[in-house]
Design a protein around this ligand. Structure first.
Ligand code: PLP
Length: 420
């Protein structure tokens, strides 16, 4: 029997289920029958979500409609933001939010290098130029001095702040270090649903906050995203641009009383959310608070069980704010543990799925060609910590026995003789 060692993914799929996987495995290893299987990610689908989807499927209306509007209303209230616009992905949400800022073509946008590649593509697709910011090797989010250093290389017109793994990035302090007002900050909250920064829930701190409802996220729909904002103009722009730039109620033209006519007001893209996705979202949203508490409990159990190992550095706890615990990322201590990829293979052999978040974006060939080699050699802390990163399973379907099993296997894997 063979097991797959997953390639680093945005948020790696469940090992045993190809259904939510995104990329083929690269490495095949022999696996003795493990006593337990612990998948890296499992998407829980609530009974409420199943019932709502079934109602939508029977309703005769499948794409963007009243279910999406209701989801937007409920999601906005959940994150305490005045407006929410549902879109097809967080990647689209970032692109549309940046475009809503109306920056000049080619303007520099700061982005952490430890982020998902899609978030960097979004900057490029918005007609802007990504500028990579190094990250703190402990929190995995940039420090103000690192933002200031990147801003000194290229005067930024905007910045994407990412709440890596759910760790609350200090939005205001980073904006100040970049010399930018909050109206020029877009938050990538793909991991940040449930985070709060300095007492404020992530959702309306900056100009626009972008969420992901990808299958592994804290609110799993399968695919989907949302922009939340306090700015009605940003909300209106995203609402229009998400559906070909067609005038506001174009989707409603087939409903009773709707008119066939529409205008095209901006160069939009096709990034609307369907009512099927929205129905899943509404049925899942009622569970998110409970799932968040479970994530925090499981993270505490991990801390307790592996905290004493010299081979493992735990994910840091924020001094202020709330961690959303989207991911539980440890840093292996290279002096006391075998190489990270040896540990990943060893966990896979014992039935434990794991992953790596993220390959620093400045290492990818496409961005190196686009931005130039010089621009992509300036993130020493990210480069130093990347080979140490290991994401362990963390999702609400995980039991305490699963976590205990993962920890036992991890400690065993770390105790393997070091290969010189
Ligand atoms: C940090 C981060 N940003 C953006 C995205 C993109 O999200 P989506 O798949 O919804 O486009 C992801 C996805 O994994 C992510 O992890």
């Amino acid at each position: 029997m063979t097991a797959e060692v997953q390639t680093p993914l945005p948020d790696a799929p469940r090992r045993s289920s190809p259904a939510i996987g995104r990329a083929p495995a690269l490495v095949q290893v022999q696996r003795p029958s493990p006593t337990r299987e612990v998948s890296f990610a499992v998407a829980k689908v609530s009974p409420q979500a199943r019932r709502r989807v079934s109602a939508v499927l029977s309703s005769g209306w499948l794409t963007t409609g009243t279910e999406t509007l209701e989801f937007e209303r409920e999601f906005a209230s959940f994150v305490a933001a005045p407006h929410a616009v549902a879109v097809s992905s967080c990647t689209a949400a970032i692109e549309l939010s940046l475009r809503a800022l109306g920056l000049r073509r080619g303007a520099a946008v700061l982005t952490p290098t430890i982020t998902f590649c899609g978030a960097v593509h979004a900057i490029v697709h918005a007609g802007l130029r990504p500028v990579f910011v190094d990250v703190d090797a402990t929190t995995l989010v940039p420090r103000p001095d690192q933002v200031a250093a990147a801003g000194a290389r290229h005067r930024p017109a905007a910045m994407v702040v990412q709440h890596m793994a759910g760790y609350p990035a200090p939005v205001q302090a980073l904006a100040a270090a970049a010399g930018l007002p909050l109206s020029r900050i877009v938050e990538d909250a793909a991991h940040g649903l449930g985070s709060s920064v300095d007492g404020r829930q992530v959702g309306s701190i900056s100009a626009a906050t972008c969420f992901s409802f990808y299958a592994t996220k804290n609110l799993p729909i399968g695919e989907g995203g949302a922009v939340t904002t306090a700015d009605p103009q940003i909300a209106a722009f995203v609402r229009r641009a998400r559906l070909h730039g067609m005038s506001k109620d174009a989707w409603a033209r087939y409903l009773p009383g709707g008119s066939w006519e529409y205008g095209v007001e901006t160069d939009g893209i096709k990034a609307n959310m369907s009512d099927i996705q929205a129905a899943i979202g509404r049925g899942q949203l009622v569970h998110v608070e409970r799932w968040q508490r479970r994530r925090a409990l499981l993270a505490a159990q991990y801390d307790h069980l592996i905290g004493g190992s010299a081979a493992i550095d735990l994910p840091p706890r924020p001094a202020t704010g709330t961690h959303a615990w989207h991911l539980y990322i440890v840093r292996l201590n290279t002096m006391a543990a075998p190489a990270r990829d040896v540990v990943i293979a060893s966990l896979a052999q014992r039935g434990v799925g794991s992953s790596v978040h993220f390959i620093p974006a400045h290492r990818f060939g496409y961005f190196r060609r686009l931005l130039g080699e010089d621009e992509c050699t300036t993130c020493p802390e990210a480069d130093a910590v990347y080979p140490r990163l290991l994401s362990l399973p963390l999702h609400p379907a995980l039991t305490r026995h699963d976590v205990a099993y993962v920890c036992e296997r991890l400690l065993e894997a770390c105790a393997q003789p070091l290969i010189a």
